[in-house]
Design a protein around this ligand. Structure first.
Ligand code: AHR
Length: 331
């Protein structure tokens, strides 16, 4: 009898010890150990910006394909360019107890509360494509995406070279991305940093086209009405540039000649426009982030440490490179 009691006691102790060992494998702030559901699969909640551009469509496809390939269960939400929708989606992911949350913030500000909720629930967050301006960097594990300031600088550097021998003034109109978004803020700042060095460059109008073709066209129409002497269009993405091209042609001008066009992203349609002489230069921004995102997801789900910033490599393409590069463009 006494032997039985000792045996029972040792079994209880053994179980208690293994439970403690399991707890001690948790990442300190993850609140969960050995992520994954009962089937051992990781669930990733992904809150996408929307479907505003060719870039975004390629990004969504890349994430969905990569999740399938990596065996990660993806819960996907499209915020239709609205921050409140993204916040709602993140809260739903928290309630659903997903293993990891990734999102591409529509705008930079206003995320601290919901990010804190995710942290308190022990769910690691990955920022992908766009950044947030939260001071507390412990609210997310890493950022995966592009250096948008650098992209803006590259756009400005092309312009400075192109007009190096001209006296000016060079009148520039700017089609900004979504107001308050990281790419709009940073691409504007990077470009300004370069063009402000030479006062022959004048940004005569700058307005948001919300990263869409329709708005790009509409705002360019307004620019053309109020400014008769536009030399250059700087568009924060290809879709707005392509919309603007329609407006320029409808106004009886030649895009790429009467008005030089600088754009960002590098979607196939923009390369086609370059081969037709309608866009002068494209600064690449890579949307194919899916595989890297899945790698990071696995690591953070497993409590492994990851670098605070993972940047993608990107190039600059001019008209003379467009025809050769077009067949190999993946998005
Ligand atoms: O955040 C990346 C930007 O968002 C892309 O440049 C633009 O096309 C998209 O809408």
């Amino acid at each position: 009898m006494a032997r039985k009691a000792v045996l029972a006691l040792s079994t209880v102790l053994l179980l208690a010890t293994s439970a403690l060992t399991a707890c001690s494998t948790e990442a300190p702030d993850s609140g969960k150990a050995g992520k994954g559901g009962s089937d051992g699969k990781i669930t990733l909640g992904f809150a996408q910006v929307g479907a505003e551009s060719g870039w975004r469509t390629a990004n969504t496809k890349s994430v969905q394909d990569a999740a399938k390939k990596a065996g990660i269960t993806l819960k996907f939400s499209d915020a239709q360019q609205k921050q409140e929708n993204q916040i709602k989606a993140i809260r739903t992911f928290i309630q659903q107890k997903v293993d990891v949350i990734a999102f591409s913030p529509v705008v930079e500000s206003g995320w601290d509360t919901v990010l804190k909720e995710a942290k308190d629930a022990g769910i690691p967050v990955i920022l992908t494509d766009r950044a947030v301006d939260s001071k507390d960097t412990s609210l997310y594990k890493t950022f995966l995406g592009s250096d948008f300031v650098k992209e803006g600088r590259s756009a400005g550097e092309w312009l400075a070279k192109e007009y190096a021998d001209e006296e000016g003034p060079v009148n520039i109109v700017e089609l900004q991305g979504t107001t308050g978004s990281a790419p709009a803020n940073d691409r504007r700042a990077g470009f300004a940093e370069i063009v402000e060095k030479d006062d022959k460059f004048k940004v005569v109008a700058s307005q948001t086209g919300d990263f869409t073709r329709a708005k790009g066209k509409e705002v360019m129409q307004a620019f053309l009405k109020s400014h008769k002497d536009i030399d250059v269009l700087y568009a924060h993405n290809d879709d707005m540039a392509l919309g603007a091209i329609q407006a320029i042609e409808e106004a009886g001008k030649k895009p790429g000649e009467d008005i030089k066009i600088i754009s960002i992203d590098g979607i196939k349609d923009a390369f086609v426009a370059m081969t037709e002489g309608k866009i002068n230069v494209v600064v690449e921004c890579n949307p194919l982030l899916g595989d890297q995102l899945m790698d990071l997801t696995k690591k953070v789900a497993d409590g492994q440490s990851v670098p605070p910033r993972v940047e993608t490599e990107e190039g600059v393409f001019t008209q003379d490179q467009a025809a050769e590069a077009l067949p190999t463009r993946q998005y």
